[in-house]
Design a protein around this ligand. Sequence first.
Ligand SMILES: Nc1ncnc2c1ncn2[C@@H]1O[C@H](COP(=O)(O)OP(=O)(O)OP(=O)(O)O)[C@@H](O)[C@H]1O
Length: 256
Amino acid sequence: MRSWGQQPDGPADGRYAVQLTDVTKRYGDGPSAVLALDKVGAGIAPGTFTAVMGPSGSGKSTFLHCAAGLDRPTSGSVRLGAQDLSTLKERRLTELRRTRIGFVFQAFNLLPSLTVEQNITLPLRLAGRQVDAGWFDHIVKAVDLGDRLARFPAQLSGGQQQRVAIARALVTRPEVIFADEPTGALDPETARDILGLLRQAVTDLHQTVVMVTHDPVAAAHTDHALFLSAGHLVDALTEPSADRVADVMAGLRRAA
Ligand SMILES: Nc1ncnc2c1ncn2[C@@H]1O[C@H](COP(=O)(O)OP(=O)(O)OP(=O)(O)O)[C@@H](O)[C@H]1O
């Protein structure tokens, strides 16, 4: 049986960038336990942009955290490429997150005492890796921060800070970038720029991006939208338009 999130054509070599199989996540025990994800299956093909959507409390953040190795499922498996994350001890998992996954958060999460350049290259320094000057220049140009490398985050606008966060996520050339409401704190125009940048990371830099969002307009920048409801993956759209996404969301809210 095909899960909702399994893309119809799948990746050319049969390997997903990220694959969740029967992922269940339960918080707590006994009568107060919450089943945040219930046997969720999803395959994210490399080089695609995917939106994870659903009403509040449907399990989007839990999905992202389990898929990104930030949290462990109660049962089921998550693979990053060929690597089953459940077999990794905490230290190896941390190492994998640093080197093979990029993160972009709503609150930017930049280090205030580091310059733009130091923030961007931080994941490489934490992993003990050299900066590839050619790649660094390429991404700095892509996010248009070349003239702000010596500034500090507090000297930048919200949109500029999110561009630094995207450059930081790209610097290790990760297999997947996970973005949690990356435009949630931005005005609509700046949000459009940031979504355009994430789109560009997929189309031009061949990155794989998975983004949690509430916003149908944001989802319309993606290739696939997955819909969660009460911990189940219940629907999916390919090349989603904002109107179709809004219709699905309205249906899920009515059903809730
Ligand atoms: N650490 C936790 N402990 C207990 N319950 C949790 C925890 N984290 C999430 N939950 C519960 O799991 C369910 C799914 O939460 P999750 O944050 O994944 O949903 P979401 O779709 O991201 O919601 P939102 O859109 O409001 O951010 C909710 O019922 C939530 O209350």
